[in-house]
Design a protein around this ligand. Structure first.
Ligand SMILES: Nc1nc2c(ncn2[C@@H]2O[C@H](COP(=O)(O)OP(=O)(O)OP(=O)(O)O)[C@@H](O)[C@H]2O)c(=O)[nH]1
Length: 317
């Protein structure tokens, strides 16, 4: 009698434990009818155990992809091996609101889920137990760090003044593209651009006005090239542009377009007109350019030719 009583007692506190534990626990039969629904599941779903008990899980949670869930539970039921669902794979199994304040970056609870078999005394799997862990904080932290890393990466690649790639990153991309071109022999060209008499802009209108002209040139360049082209700020008022899949003829058209757009544009800084022109050098890739910097050097030489010829010009190496 006293043994029976202590068994009942143990069962009672075990049920209490199940209720107060800060993880979700539910037990399903082989047809996915709910047998156990603990306090955590009730609190987060708003569904009472009396409402869901002996009912099919999928009726209450249509967001669970039934086909996928059957595949996931198959080894649990038939091979007695547990299965895991991590939030990186699937953010949640049950769509619960997050209990975090409204400022939280997520409006649902991220979950790690364990599915394991419950066997009868005969060793037959008759039920499946689902344990749901709330990992919202961990997930948001990780996502926050990832996005911060992404931002840092972006900052380290981009020139702060103009938003185009900085020299270091541009050269990295240029070197990679050069390798690819050496291998497949596809046409490509590179441009070097430099603002004419830029020192005069600074001297006459001041450094901030000079910065404004540099930014203006960057936006002219970006508007004049394709998405697959790669523009970078190479020096103070000097830009480099890589034009993949572009032969000399077509790259001269692009260079001329940039030169003309700059000439036509009349930037106004603090009420003062500051016209400017650019000189451009163009060099098409040649298989003898084994070194990428040797290729760029050709564009620089062509730029020098444009400067010597009176500026506001495009020259081809
Ligand atoms: N405002 C501003 N000026 C810069 C920046 N970087 C470099 N410069 C200036 O750009 C000027 C470049 O002058 P130079 O290289 O002599 O050439 P230039 O006056 O453009 O003459 P040419 O290139 O021969 O037509 C210098 O006065 C630099 O101080 C920058 O970020 N902002």
């Amino acid at each position: 009698m006293s043994d029976d009583f202590s068994d009942i007692n143990a069962l009672h506190w075990q049920f209490d434990l199940l209720g107060s534990i800060e993880v979700g626990i539910t037990v399903l039969d082989r047809d996915f009818n709910v047998l156990v629904w603990n306090q955590f599941m009730e609190n987060n779903s708003g569904i009472l155990p009396s409402q869901i008990k002996y009912k099919n899980l999928f009726e209450f949670f249509p967001e669970i992809d039934k086909e996928w869930f059957l595949v996931k539970t198959e080894p649990v039921l038939n091979l007695k091996s547990p299965a895991f669902i991590i939030w990186e794979q699937r953010p949640y199994l049950f769509k619960f609101d997050t209990s975090r304040p409204i400022t939280s970056a997520s409006d649902f609870m991220y979950q790690n889920v364990t599915l394991f078999p419950l066997t009868s005394l005969e060793g037959v799997v008759e039920q499946i137990c689902i344990v749901v862990y709330d990992v919202t904080d961990e997930a948001l932290n990780k996502k926050g760090i990832e996005s911060l890393n992404q931002q840092l990466k972006q900052i380290s690649r981009v020139d702060g003044l103009t938003g185009v790639f900085n020299r270091r990153y541009w050269e990295e991309k240029f070197a990679l593209e050069h390798k690819r071109i050496l291998r497949n022999g596809s046409p490509a060209s590179v441009l070097m651009l430099d603002i004419d008499h830029f020192k005069k802009v600074n001297d006459t209108h001041g450094h901030p006005a000079g910065d404004y002209i540099i930014k203006t040139l960057a936006s002219v360049v970006m508007q004049s090239i394709r998405e697959t082209d790669v523009a970078g700020r190479y020096g103070g008022e000097e830009f480099a542009v890589l034009l993949p899949e572009t032969n000399a003829e077509n790259s001269l058209i692009v260079a001329e377009r940039i030169r003309e757009n700059c000439e036509k544009l009349l930037p106004v800084y603090e009420g003062i007109d500051i016209p400017f022109t650019v000189s451009v050098g163009v060099a098409e890739f040649d298989s003898s350019y084994i070194d990428h910097m040797g290729w760029l050097e050709k564009a620089d030489q062509a730029l020098y030719t444009s400067k010597k010829a009176g500026r506001n010009k495009v020259s081809k190496f």
